[in-house]
Write a protein that binds this ligand. Structure first.
Ligand code: DC
Length: 220
């Protein structure tokens, strides 16, 4: 086997994107951060005052939306660089809201499947192993305790100069966990064939190396 597809799913702020990016870089694969796509739609709804629960309006909005994820990690929404704007805690909540809607999921899943029609992708999200890339050769369910995730996100935000207090981040993570696992359409669940990885006490390097070992085993 020369190239495989890798699916990394798990709750918010579990470090999936960081790890997926590292793995893709090491293997020369393409990283696709599907959460960024939901964030773009949530952000656009908010900016244009569109009610995400109105399916008709959402279908129109989706049909007129271009999302481009560049190789160097930039996110373009209708030609505008929104890489920073979509990363706030608030934008995460807007993304979680729009992600409950079937019309949104259908549209974005189709885009993701089209983007990864060949092997050599590392995709991270909530439904990659269960819906988007059901046939991925390696599936990881990456998680960590709420405390560990809130602490990481807090430090990350501080480094970026984003002012969000720890308690708000902690509460929002709990809220998003609940919403992402309880929505009707494709709720966050571990695929039967996904390997569970609790990273609460692991460094980024340890997680990256562990997954690279799993990839090596798969390639044998
Ligand atoms: O991974 P993230 O925090 O950037 O994702 C933002 C939200 O988007 C998350 O709360 C749920 C939703 N999402 C989803 O439903 N399915 C995906 N494949 C990726 C993200």
């Amino acid at each position: 086997m020369s190239r495989i597809n890798i699916a990394i799913d798990g709750p918010s702020a579990a470090g999936k994107s960081t790890i997926a990016k590292n793995i893709a870089k090491k293997l020369g694969y393409v990283h696709l951060d599907t959460g960024a796509m939901y964030r773009c739609i949530g952000y656009k709804c908010q900016m244009q005052n569109v009610d995400y629960k109105n399916d008709e309006d959402m279908i129109k909005l989706l049909a007129n939306t271009e999302i481009v994820l560049t190789a160097d990690g930039k996110i373009y929404l209708d030609g505008q660089d929104v890489s920073q704007e979509i990363r706030t805690n608030e934008a995460g909540m807007w993304a979680s809201n729009v992600s409950t809607r079937e019309v949104v999921r259908k549209d974005l899943v189709a885009r993701q499947q089209k983007m990864a029609s060949e092997k050599g992708f590392v995709m991270d999200g909530r439904d990659i192993g269960t819906v988007v890339l059901k046939d991925a050769e390696l599936k990881i369910f990456q998680t960590a305790s709420v405390e560990a995730r809130a602490k990481r996100r807090f430090l990350e935000n501080q480094a970026k100069g984003l002012k969000e207090d720890y308690e708000t981040i902690y509460r929002d993570i709990e809220l998003r966990d609940y919403q992402d696992t309880h929505r009707e359409v494709s709720p966050l669940t571990r695929a039967e064939d996904a390997i569970l990885l609790d990273t609460s006490d692991m460094s980024i390097e340890e997680v990256t190396n562990h997954i690279l070992e799993l990839v090596e085993e798969k390639m044998k």
